[in-house]
Design a protein. Sequence first.
Length: 157
Amino acid sequence: MFWIVLLFIVLPFIELSLLVEIGSKIGALNTIGIVVATGILGGYLAKREGLLVWRRFQAKLAVGGLPGDEIFDGVIVLASGVLLITPGVITDFVGLLGLLPPTRMLIKQQLRKRVTVHTNVGMSSGFAPHPPSGSSEGKVDITQIVDRRRRGEPSGG
């Protein structure tokens, strides 16, 4: 609940305050021009970086690899694009950081520390967060599936 309040109440209030302050220093039209320019630049950069990530994603799949880094990059680029087209100074700054490859790599490293992926295969009841303790059901050796795929054999699932 704290993060929702911060995101939808506090951040817009801070953004609006900054825009008013900037507008009082450089003028309303210049401030609007900056907001529009960052939106256009952000859209362009998000499209360019998104296409690069998509190409790397497809290339990784074409050789039978798992596109883990590319998925993280795609999520970061998408979120950055949304931030850049949102009017505001803070959102523009954070969005720009996500589109630049060096800072995106740092963001990706932080995300990896916080994200855990669970794979449940063969569970008949739909989504299950974890297989029963001591059970091998739901565990998948991804390297075996990739090796079979490279040899042209069915992955088995």
